[in-house]
Ligand binder design. Structure first.
Ligand code: PLP
Length: 427
């Protein structure tokens, strides 16, 4: 499987630093080369040699209805033929905004950017402008993209900069970013106390998808909401991974908790580069033209991306049962894998919520950042390569999430469970 991709990778390395642009670090960490993909349809990827792979990487999350989803493809083709003019208003942008606002609780205005990174960066900037405070709290292991507004340190890899200079800030923390422990409310309260009246926002992945799919402990999100309300701090939910995936209204709907600002990416673009951030008008109006907080972008809201995103949201809005179906498929896959792993005496933990799942080969019930920082163990590496040999492509780290799509059939899931059985016998 790797032969042709290895050649292509060598060619790429001559002209692209790191070989390719996609998150390649994780592939290298498991001792592999990313497979070069020629085409993708539904639940499958096809490599340069025509090998078919069942795909659980899912372009890292956007293709919830499967690859080359026809209504999205058609919408993009039609718009491309009409020609586009970037940086000018189009009706498509208004339509997707109105639809998104109708699907997600507690927001009435939304602004489009080009990625999840930009969405989180913009949300933090808006929070700083709105509150006139500088500090933010983020959680170790939560990933909010690659901007240098805040620390980049996720389970899947730690890229660090900055230096510690106040409580809660440790090596690897960007300026004005305080680092807290996920699922630890006391720790958050201490940081707030130590930085009274200086904190603009708390940003959190409300389900920690970048730490191996860790759900919030009971009361954690409610506690964050309360701490924010009590202390005049804005709560930012980074729903780049979970938005339009765990429910039409994301984690806010699922757990019935409202954030002040919500960030989107991945699914909202239907596979094209779209990010967005949203809030109630009283906050979002800070971005009005010539408002106090600057926000712009040549490609923001560009018509091709808006066409793709609109087609995607329309499909999800029209068939709300999708989220239930995805949950059922995920539960089925997780239960099947649990059964065969147990039967083969493997020590493992499976984390699952909605259409997200991850498999760890250790006994810890919950993986935290400290565990993740140690990296994947040898068992996981065997698991990854074994499944690849069976034609199944999973995220190349147990600290990444597998994404279940509507295109995956129960046959695909059964095949996967059988492959897990086969591979785990070789551990
Ligand atoms: N926030 C979360 C929760 C993410 O999972 C990601 C990407 O994986 C991002 C932000 C960054 O989004 P993007 O890669 O589109 O810049």
């Amino acid at each position: 499987l790797y032969t042709r991709s290895s050649q292509l990778f060598a060619e790429a390395e001559k002209v692209i630093p790191g070989g390719v642009n996609s998150p390649v670090r994780a592939f290298r960490a498991v001792g592999g080369t990313p497979i070069f993909v020629k085409s993708a349809k539904g639940a499958y990827l096809y490599d340069e040699d025509g090998n078919r792979l069942i795909d659980y990487i899912n372009s890292w999350g956007p293709m919830i209805l499967g690859h080359a989803y026809e209504p999205v493809v058609q919408a993009v083709i039609e718009k491309a033929k009409l020609g586009t003019s970037f940086g000018m208003p189009t009706e498509l942008e208004t339509q997707i905004a109105a639809l998104a606002v109708s699907m997600v609780p507690n927001i009435d205005k939304i602004r489009f950017v080009n990625s999840g990174t930009e969405a989180c960066m913009s949300a933090v900037r808006l929070a700083r402008g709105f509150t006139n405070k500088d500090k933010i709290i983020k959680f170790a292991g939560c990933y909010h993209g690659h901007s240098d507004s805040f620390l980049i340190q996720a389970g899947s890899g730690a890229i660090t900069f900055g230096s510690p200079n106040s409580p809660g800030v440790t090596a690897g923390t960007a300026k004005d970013t305080l680092l807290a422990k996920y699922n630890d409310l006391e720790n958050v309260a201490e940081l707030i106390d130590a930085n009274k009246n200086e904190i603009a926002a708390i940003i959190v992945e409300p389900v920690a998808g970048n730490m191996g799919c860790i759900p919030p402990n009971s009361g954690f999100l409610e506690g964050l909401r309360q701490l924010c309300t009590d202390n005049g701090i804005l709560l930012i939910f980074d729903e780049v991974m979970t938005g339009f995936r765990l429910a039409a209204g994301g984690v806010q709907e699922l757990f019935n908790i409202n954030a002040d600002i919500v960030c989107f990416g991945k699914v909202i673009g239907g596979g094209l580069p779209v990010g967005a951030f949203a809030a109630r008008s009283e906050i979002m109006n800070y971005l009005a033209p010539l408002g106090p907080v600057y926000q712009a972008g040549t490609l923001s809201g560009n018509p091709l991306a808006m066409a793709a995103g609109l087609a995607m949201l329309k499909a999800l809005d029209a068939d709300r049962a999708i989220f239930q179906r995805l949950e059922e498929k995920t539960a089925y896959l997780a239960a099947g894998m649990e059964k065969v792993l147990k039967a083969n005496n493997v020590v493992f933990t499976i984390n699952r919520i909605g259409s997200m799942v991850s498999v760890h080969f250790d006994a810890d019930p919950v993986v935290d950042f400290q565990t993740a920082a140690k990296g994947d163990n040898e068992t996981f590496k065997k698991f990854f390569h074994g499944l690849l040999q069976e034609g199944i492509y999973i995220a190349p780290s147990a600290y990444e999430t597998w994404f279940i799509t509507d295109a995956l059939s129960y046959e695909d899931l059964d095949f996967t469970i059988q492959a897990v059985d086969k591979v785990s016998k070789t551990f």
